[in-house]
Write a protein that binds this ligand. Structure first.
Ligand code: KIV
Length: 291
């Protein structure tokens, strides 16, 4: 793990745009992206100097406790998007379109993408799928809303994939992934996520397209990396995907703090004098006279 440098870059940092994404790819500089679902986390990510924040539908699992990402709704996503947009100013903010917010019709897709910008304070949206989403991507980008694609392991298709499994491992699946990436680029996507794809294939796809490919479980050859913040912080204790590096163990830290608090209250060590508001003797006597 690299050494820690505390960064305080919030106020000086220029807003990261989709153009900056493209320029980073051209310069060969890795794009950094993390998920956030609330105000304090968004602030800390901004302060660290991360390029982009995804208000991911992983919210459903790591914050709301669902088994998969399918139950989370547009209204829930917007609620969290607004909190993130209040906390992070410089990063490019991407709202993740939840299940059934873009699959039924292109009109629905466009309307809901618009809501992320109008009501959620986001700069762009992300949606899952390749060729079957090309019309939606065209319509959304045609309305001036930047779209990030998402290929490989697409969690909203968990039942169709037969679980959360790596994708693109056969020659025909790999070819289809490459074609989907090219179709998304042609449809106007400014970037795409490649999730749980063999590293060689992810690197190959990244080189074949001119838009940046941001990897998660897709090796170091992508144009950038994204992780679910709760995995990176060790906050989500149910499971940790193999491709995650845990930079902290906040679940354990929280648990220890809660136990300490419990003990301190039970043994009357909290609150102590310094946490306690007192009345002067005069104030107290005044009170006693009226009581
Ligand atoms: O919802 C999410 O957090 C995501 C990332 C895994 C890319 O889609």
């Amino acid at each position: 793990m690299s050494t820690t440098t505390i960064s305080t870059t919030t106020s000086q940092r220029k807003k990261v745009t989709t153009l900056a994404f493209r320029q980073k790819k051209e310069r060969g500089e890795p794009i950094t992206m993390l998920t956030a679902y609330d105000y304090p986390t968004a602030m800390a990510i901004d302060k660290a100097g991360i390029d982009a924040i995804l208000v991911g539908d992983s919210l459903a699992m790591v914050v709301l406790g669902y088994e998969n990402t399918l139950p989370v709704t547009m209204d829930e996503m917007l609620h969290h998007a607004r909190a993130v947009s209040r906390g992070a100013k410089a990063p490019l903010l991407v709202g993740d379109m939840p299940f059934m917010s873009y699959q039924v019709s292109v009109e629905d897709a466009l309307r809901n993408a618009g809501r992320f910008l109008q009501q959620g304070g986001m700069d762009a949206v992300k949606l899952e799928g390749g060729r079957e989403r090309a019309d939606a991507v065209r319509a959304i980008t045609g309305a001036g809303i930047p779209v990030m694609g998402h290929l490989g392991l697409t969690p909203q298709s968990v039942h169709q994939m037969g679980g959360f499994r790596a994708q693109g491992k056969t020659a025909s699946a790999a070819k289809r992934l490459l074609e989907d990436a090219q179709i998304l680029e042609e449809a106007g996507a400014f970037s795409l996520v490649l999730e749980a794809v063999p590293a060689r294939l992810a690197e190959y796809i990244s080189k074949q397209i001119s838009i940046p490919a941001v990897g998660i479980g897709a090796g170091a050859g992508c144009d950038g990396q994204v992780l679910v913040t709760h995995d990176l912080l060790g906050l989500f204790d149910r499971f940790t995907p193999k491709f995650v590096r845990k930079y902290a163990n906040l679940h354990e830290t929280m648990n220890k703090a809660f136990i300490q608090y419990l003990n301190d209250v039970n043994t009357k060590q909290f609150p102590a004098v310094e946490h306690t508001l007192e009345m002067t003797d005069d104030e107290w006597n005044d009170f006693l006279r009226t009581a």
